[in-house]
Write a protein that binds this ligand. Structure first.
Ligand code: FAD
Length: 452
């Protein structure tokens, strides 16, 4: 490939902070809140115009759809996201669980309020494009926004980009699932003009269960999930394919519905699952955005014809950006394993717990049994760089562990762990790798997190 050399340039330093968090999804947002609540100067930088990551930018609303009778759930900032949203009128009951579906648009405001209350210094519309590394420490980051190129200096940095962008910029080792095995990408969409009563009657008469998952692809389930209700739709798309209403080869359409408002809006229609796209490759991102928009319209065409209640439905919105589930993960001080998740892993350096819930790579396990695993601090700690932590879906682990920890509630667990650890390391004057885990655990417990 042809290359050019960029000219060296002077960049204004717009801020200096103790803890800098980049990316504001459930991981980064929780990290910034946790750090600021420890009384440490905290800045949160986000490339889009709103906080919330996939919740607001993609429209992912099911923060705890896994929560069934018998689930032993995590505690801490993720639960606060759900409850605070509820108290601000930003949720509706999630159809398959004992949980609330978060209204993606309203969460933009909920996040603003939480950021302001915690005293975080916010910076939106700013994409971090590089790190300034000296002696294996990130001294600061370079960002780009409408004001030009700027720098922020920081004592500790938390990578909440979802894609381990900062780890890569700083030269910390990362790994990626081979593209043909990566979790699918999705253009999320919502519809207006849904006849709610007619649709819910159809669902009652044609109930779907988790057994129906994967009729068009192979999913391993334990069996205990099989007969439980799932808001899953495949039949209308099968008919549309059979009858030539949509192309017969379009197998990537089929999936779940979520909240339906009384005024006929169906949000979080998670129905397009396109495989073999790498969300850290800009050409794949471009192709998937365009193909996904086309497929969402095909899905609506199929629903108009074959899904009672959706006869008059129209596209209301696409997610602001493509939904990406799976890109780079750091190589951590410890890499979480499938066995840790499936066998109730226990760790002395636990920073939180998460139920035995796996959703991805053709495996579905729902936490119906009360089993849970602990998340060790080591999965947030990258190699090589001394003042960087990672929060959210790019923490260290294998494929099946990723299918668990990528869930938003768990991203909030790792975020809260990273935020508290960064703050404690500033206060104690030690690196994030050397931080006293007992101090971190006691601060986390004071913040309401459950670590054992
Ligand atoms: C279609 C889809 C459906 C899903 N369904 C569910 C579900 O029902 N329940 C569930 O729990 N999970 C679900 N997930 C998974 C979950 O949404 C993600 O794994 C989770 O949001 C990851 O959180 P995060 O904080 O790591 O990253 P993200 O939520 O991706 O947030 C990362 C943030 O960082 C910002 N950013 C990235 N790079 C930069 C940069 N260089 N500079 C500045 N800012 C940057 C981004 O704009 C974004 O706001 C779904 C995912 C997808 C894609």
């Amino acid at each position: 490939m042809k290359h050019i050399t960029e000219a060296a340039r002077q960049v204004p330093v717009i801020a200096e902070t103790e803890v800098l968090v980049v990316g504001s999804g459930p991981g980064g947002l929780a990290a910034a809140l946790a750090s600021a609540r420890e009384g440490v100067d905290t800045m949160l930088v986000e490339r889009f115009g709103c906080f919330g990551g996939n919740i607001t930018a993609v429209g992912v609303e099911g923060i705890a759809w896994y929560r069934k009778e018998g689930t032993v759930d995590t505690e801490g900032i993720g639960i606060e996201f759900e409850q605070r949203s509820k108290s601000m009128g930003a949720t509706s009951p999630e159809p398959q669980s004992n949980s609330e579906a978060i209204n993606a648009d309203m969460f933009k405001h909920v996040a603003d309020v939480m950021v302001q209350e915690a005293g975080i210094h916010p910076l939106l519309h700013s994409v971090v494009i590089d790190t300034i590394v000296e002696d294996d420490q990130i001294r600061g980051v370079i960002l780009h926004n409408k004001s030009g190129r700027q720098a922020i200096l920081a004592k500790r940095v938390i990578d909440g980009s979802g894609d381990a962008d900062l780890a890569v910029f700083a030269g910390a080792p990362t790994r990626k699932t081979p593209k043909e095995e990566m979790l699918p990408v999705t253009v999320m969409f919502s519809c207006s003009g849904v006849h709610k009563k007619r649709f819910l009657e159809y669902v009652k008469e044609n109930p779907s269960t988790y057994k129906d998952w994967g009729k068009n692809w192979d999913i391993q389930k334990g069996g205990k999930e099989d007969d439980m209700f799932s808001p899953y739709l495949e039949k209308p798309f099968d008919r549309a394919r059979e009858e030539g209403v949509i192309p017969s080869g379009l197998k990537s359409i089929g999936g779940t519905w979520s909240a339906i408002s009384d005024s006929g809006e169906a949000t979080y229609l998670n129905m397009i699952h396109m495989t073999e796209y790498d969300g850290s490759d800009v050409h794949d991102l471009t192709k998937a955005e365009m193909e996904g928009r086309f497929q969402a319209l095909q899905a609506i065409k199929a629903m108009n014809r074959f899904l009672p209640g959706f006869e008059e439905a129209k596209l209301r919105t696409y997610g602001m950006t493509l939904g990406v589930r799976d890109t780079r993960k750091i190589v951590g001080r410890y890499d979480l394993t499938e066995s840790d998740v499936r066998n109730q892993g226990r760790f002395e350096d636990s920073i939180g717990i998460f139920p035995e819930f796996i959703d991805g790579y053709n495996v579905l396990v729902l936490p119906t049994t009360g089993r849970y695993f602990q998340i060790p601090y080591g999965v947030l700690v990258p190699q090589k760089i001394g003042n960087l932590l990672v929060a959210g879906r790019s923490i260290a682990g294998d494929k099946i562990s990723h299918a668990s920890v990528r869930n938003m509630m768990c991203c909030a667990v790792t975020g809260q762990g990273a935020g508290v650890a960064a703050a404690v390391s500033v206060k104690d004057g030690v690196s994030v790798g050397e931080v006293n885990i007992k101090h971190v655990q006691s601060a986390l417990q004071k913040q309401g997190a459950r670590i054992y």
